[in-house]
Design a protein around this ligand. Sequence first.
Ligand code: GRF
Length: 234
Amino acid sequence: MIETLKKAKIVVLISGSGSNLQALINACETGHLNAHIALVISNRPQARGLARAERAGIKTQVIDHQDFIKRADFDKELARSIADYSPTLVVLAGFMRILSADFVDQFASRLLNVHPSLLPKYPGLNTHQRALDAGDNEAGATVHFVTTELDGGPAIVQAAVPIETHDRVEDIASRVLVVEHKIVPLAAHWFIEGRLNLRAGAAELDGTPLPIQGYVFRSSKTTSHHNSQIPSSV
Ligand code: GRF
């Protein structure tokens, strides 16, 4: 109990499979992330990530966006539930809703999102299809601070993966997920250790503004999909 009190508190928002949530759970369990996940909220009752949270003994809540006529009312309910826990950090881990400016303002500077592209390329949906259509030879993911601009907040960390000949969207998606599972816990770790800040609209790591694409993460082959580790060198 005393240990729990010393740890940072994270609230994670999901919509789907929750594999990024799992990476965060693993990082908390192995001690790579000095935090505990206080609550997982899904906007979809069927999200598979809810079962992952329950298995890990984490409290879950469903706030189904379909129960709300107005987007603002959904956002208010969501904000109320999160605020009850006074989290250090809120992570959007595959959370597929656009959030209103009021919501973003309420949690400004402690709201992270993972996006499956090498931002600023391909904000929005269907990122892998768009990369294929453009003939790109790499895809990737970016963790960024959330601002009112869709997928446009300052980038924190980015990881690229190759696009191989004959790749389909699913091939790229699963390759990208592997790196997401590394950079999501890494960004959360930096934030919780106080090394990462949003200052005057820019992401800073260890007091130095990050470049437009964020810290460029280079994957180590020893880290497997299911065993996300935070590299000690960063
Ligand atoms: C991730 O690729 C994320 O970038 C995108 O949706 C996917 C969610 O995966 N927005 P999961 O639910 O964490 O498994």
